[in-house]
Design a protein around this ligand. Structure first.
Ligand code: PDD
Length: 285
């Protein structure tokens, strides 16, 4: 099964797909993107992902005169060309190419890239036993920055934090700011259960508004456990009864260890297990 790539609507095998080195996505991370996965061959929550892509582009003032129709068409055409049973889809819009220089006005026109690879499920054991996370103080706070809330291609802080976490043998890095507040994972949102309450950091913590996070709000409310958005300090994480990560690729992934400390009983708790079950039912519906 080969990975297919669409560049401005031209679909090729991954090895043949090229973009110019002057593309600003390559030079500066001057791009926005989404990761989508399929269930039953269909892209899940595509409308929400396209809406967020649009908002991210607007935050970066990347103008899309034709709207999202072209990239939506590319996603469907590339999925058809790839023909995988289940796919990982990465949809990227860069500001485009032009003379080298930071000035965004130098860009010619936005470039669309869609990568469709076979979907590789995460090991079932990770869901049965939980994964480990490592807290990394990054000082990251999206609050006052210009790109706050946008899913831009500039992930260097997250890349470095994940490198630190992986060197410690952890699955995911959790970004902690200078005031010891927990924000989010390198590519995930974080929830915890403490004294029977389901908590997650607020958007004002400078986190991405995850689509899976939003789905968890709905599932949890329906199950009678409304989510409370609350500033979470590092010490609260260490005393939580349950912790789980959410993201498109992970769905709802229980956490077993925070650094060298066990979470709760050391096994995925009832809230994490129930929400994962319900999430999968909803995704396959
Ligand atoms: N990342 N926070 C960050 C920083 C992320 O990069 C992601 C997702 C999330 C979770 O968002 P969602 O539930 O919409 O997937 C939170 C994608 C999956 C990635 O970069 O691979």
């Amino acid at each position: 099964m080969t990975t297919k790539v669409s560049i401005d609507g031209l679909i090729q095998d991954e090895a043949a797909a090229m973009i110019p080195v002057t593309d600003r996505g390559f030079l500066y991370g001057d791009s926005v993107y989404e990761v989508v996965r399929t269930y039953g061959g269909k892209p899940f929550a595509l409308t929400e992902h396209l809406d967020r892509l649009h908002q991210s582009a607007a935050r970066l003032s990347i103008s899309l005169p034709e709207g999202l129709e072209p990239i939506s068409r590319d996603i469907h055409a590339t999925l058809d060309a790839a023909g995988h049973p289940e796919s990982y889809v990465r949809a990227i819009i860069t500001r485009g190419s032009g003379p080298i220089g930071l000035d965004p006005g130098l860009a010619d026109r936005p470039r669309r890239v869609v990568i469709v690879a076979p979907f590789q499920p995460l090991p079932a054991l990770w869901y049965d036993e939980g994964v480990s996370i490592h807290l990394v103080v990054t000082g990251r706070s999206g609050g006052p920055t210009l790109v706050a809330g946008a899913k831009s291609g500039n992930y260097l802080v997250n890349v470095l934090a994940l490198g630190v976490a992986r060197a410690q043998g952890a699955h995911e890095a959790i970004l902690v700011d200078h005031d010891e507040r927990v924000t989010e994972g390198a590519t995930s949102n974080l929830f915890l259960v403490s004294d029977g309450e389901l908590l997650t950091p607020p958007l004002s913590a400078g986190i991405l508004e995850g689509i899976t996070r939003h789905k968890v709000f709905g599932l949890a409310a329906a199950a009678g456990y409304p989510v409370h958005e609350k500033v979470i300090h590092r010490r609260e994480l260490l005393s939580a009864d349950e912790i789980f990560l959410t993201s498109t690729l992970r769905e709802i992934l229980p956490v077993q260890r925070v650094d060298d400390q066990q979470v709760g009983s050391g096994c995925p708790g009832p809230m994490s297990r129930r929400l994962l079950e319900e999430y999968r039912v909803a995704a396959l519906a």
